[in-house]
Design a protein around this ligand. Structure first.
Ligand SMILES: *Cc1c(COP(=O)(O)O)cnc(C)c1O
Length: 455
């Protein structure tokens, strides 16, 4: 097969017809898009035949790695048996129901119900409406405002982007919508000033209490946060943060929402991120690792407290998607979860490869441009610093991260940069030697930055 002409044809067709999400389209069309054509394990190949280690699991999602034939076979078998039926108006399909049961077997006694969606963004829209419907059903219709965090990420629909705390997203489309407010994030390195991480963790957690008091408890529906902020830069909160949030959420009558879209399904060495931080959410959106990205599917885990009201008081929730609980996606997800269970991938992250990645990233701390490294399970970040003794950052953090990322990609390692933080979120099956290669590529990228970038 002659690949070269295919490549240039496809790039030209892409430029002519395809509008890309989260990409500078003008630049993309000029440079030509990279076409990814195959994958196996932790590796992806582009259409020129170049091989990469995917240290980012696609977009935080390919937890079981690429090339799992059994997932393809489960989807194929389901498609032949029953390619589609819906879950509206009193019907279900076998894989949809069995998937709900399987998820519930890992989410603990308080999260035994699932509402299915096709994505994490739709899960945000779902719990946002559900939280308000819940309070209204309890005779508290003024409890509508949701408190979320600056630099949080909850998806790209109107509710998702509003709940998220990304300024650049808010500026496009007059967001956030009314009824969403944001408090600070536990990003000690950039914002902690002279406080210790522990003091800073308490301080930003207490912004939640201040905000509840300012708005009035009777007007607040929920607080939403990722156990560890992902797209915001893998912001691992100081140890004091979640215990204080837990205290505040228990003191006031609000719902606690844990966005598990990244942290769920093994990434932190636990089935869910709230288990790692030992708190009980009332609602927990899920997606990504649920199917390892083989097919689109998401959902919201619903606590007994909320489910009881939704079932007994609300009855009919006028909400859902044509493909809520799609049987083919559900069949793929069941097989994906079976793999995670049978191969012990959650335990592997907790006991083996998670600690290994943490150690490998920490080995970069001797580098002149590395301010800090953090790692929980297989979510790890390296903070670039202009002057590590004072935690001073480079003037244009976004540009810095992209420069280093491009070096890594050229060297055959795909990772992501958020600003000046370099992010690792590899498949849960990544080997020790692949971790070594990925970290080595980052070290070389940092050396390149030191030699080539002058402020
Ligand atoms: C990716 C993500 C979402 C949105 O999921 P989509 O499937 O892209 O809609 C929501 N929350 C978090 C924490 C995410 O990382």
């Amino acid at each position: 097969m002659n690949q070269k002409p295919t490549l240039s044809n496809l790039a030209a067709i892409d430029a002519a017809h395809h509008l890309h999400p989260f990409s500078d389209m003008k630049k993309l069309n000029a440079d030509g898009t990279r076409i990814i054509s195959s994958a196996d394990g932790c590796n992806i190949w582009d259409s020129t035949g170049k091989k990469y280690i995917d240290a980012f699991a696609g977009l935080w999602c390919v937890n079981v790695g690429y090339g799992r034939k059994s997932i393809a076979e489960a989807a194929y078998a389901q498609m032949q048996e029953l390619p589609y039926y819906n879950t509206f108006f009193g019907t279900t399909t076998q894989p949809t129901t069995l998937l709900a049961q399987k998820i519930a077997s890992h989410s603990g006694p308080n999260l035994q119900h699932v509402f299915f969606t096709n994505s994490g963004s739709e899960a945000s829209d779902t719990w946002f409406r559900m939280a308000r419907v819940y309070w209204k059903a309890l005779g508290k219709p003024t409890k509508t405002t949701v408190i979320a965090r600056k630099n949080g990420y909850h998806g790209s629909t109107v509710a998702g982007a509003s709940l998220g705390g990304m300024k650049s997203m808010h500026e496009q489309g007059q967001l956030p919508i009314p009824g969403v407010v944001h408090i600070g994030q536990p990003y000690w390195y950039a914002e902690g000033g002279d406080l210790s991480p522990e003091e800073f963790g308490l301080k930003v957690a207490r912004e939640l209490e201040d905000k509840i008091l300012e708005l009035g408890e009777d007007n607040v529906a929920a607080f939403a946060a990722e156990p560890i902020q992902g797209a915001g830069g893998i912001i691992v909160p100081p140890s004091t943060y979640w215990p204080e949030i837990k205290r505040i959420a228990a003191k006031y009558d609000i719902l606690l929402v844990a966005d598990e879209v990244i942290c769920g399904f093994g990434r932190l060495g636990t089935w869910f991120g709230h288990q790692y931080y030992d708190f009980q959410p009332d609602l927990a959106p899920i997606a990504k690792g649920l199917s390892s990205g083989y097919l689109p599917i998401g959902g919201v885990l619903v606590s007994e407290r909320v489910a009881k009201v939704m079932i007994e008081e609300v009855g009919d929730f006028y909400h859902g998607y044509t493909y809520s609980g799609h049987p083919v996606s559900a069949a793929a997800a069941i097989e994906n979860l079976r793999i995670i269970e049978d191969e012990g991938l959650v335990e592997r992250v907790r006991d083996d490869i998670g600690p290994y990645l943490k150690m490998a990233l920490a080995s970069l701390e001797d580098h002149e441009l590395v301010g800090e490294t953090v790692c929980v399970g297989l979510m790890g970040a390296v903070q670039i610093a202009a002057d590590k003794s004072t935690r001073r950052r480079f003037e244009k953090p976004d540009a810095i991260g992209s420069l280093v990322r491009n070096q890594c990609v050229d060297a055959g390692v795909v990772l992501r940069a958020t600003g000046d933080r370099m992010l690792f979120s590899p498949p849960l099956i990544i080997s020790h030697s692949e971790v070594d290669q990925a970290v080595e590529a980052l070290r070389n990228g940092l050396d390149w930055l030191k030699d080539n970038h002058k402020e």
